[in-house]
Ligand binder design. Structure first.
Ligand code: 5GP
Length: 111
């Protein structure tokens, strides 16, 4: 069964795509928690951060590169948060590795 994010990668369901290369795709979150709320998704299906394998760690560099590029593009480079919910108790709902890039408002309070 494809994850929602695989369906987006495979153009089976629409999304606002902001960046794409062979390793990652970045889309606008459908339910934004901040004025800028972008999801950076690895194309390789890894269920969660905790399940990264030795051969996957280079992908975190690709995520970092995409995040810094997007932060500049969206003018939030002076203050943003990047996070990956890991496991049900963290609020993870989609088991396909992704990072939330949030900015555009005061993020001092968690949430
Ligand atoms: P998680 O809860 O797993 O950390 O994050 C999943 C995120 O995916 C949520 O912020 C949710 O709003 C977003 N999301 C869920 N379904 C879709 C969708 O079909 N399209 C887009 N663009 N975002 C989605």
């Amino acid at each position: 069964m494809e994850t929602i994010f695989e369906k987006i990668i495979n153009r089976k369901i629409p999304a606002e795509i902001l960046l794409e290369n062979e390793h990652v795709i970045a889309i606008k979150d459908i339910s934004p928690k901040a004025p800028v709320h972008i999801l950076i998704i690895t194309k390789k299906v890894i269920p969660s951060f905790q399940e990264l394998k030795e051969e996957d760690y280079y992908l975190l560099g690709e995520v970092a590169k995409a995040a810094n590029k997007l932060a500049k593009e969206f003018n939030i480079e002076k203050g943003f948060r990047i996070l990956s919910n890991t496991g049900t108790s963290s609020g993870q709902t989609i088991y396909h590795l992704h990072f939330h890039l949030l900015g555009g408002r005061d993020l001092n309070a968690m949430g």
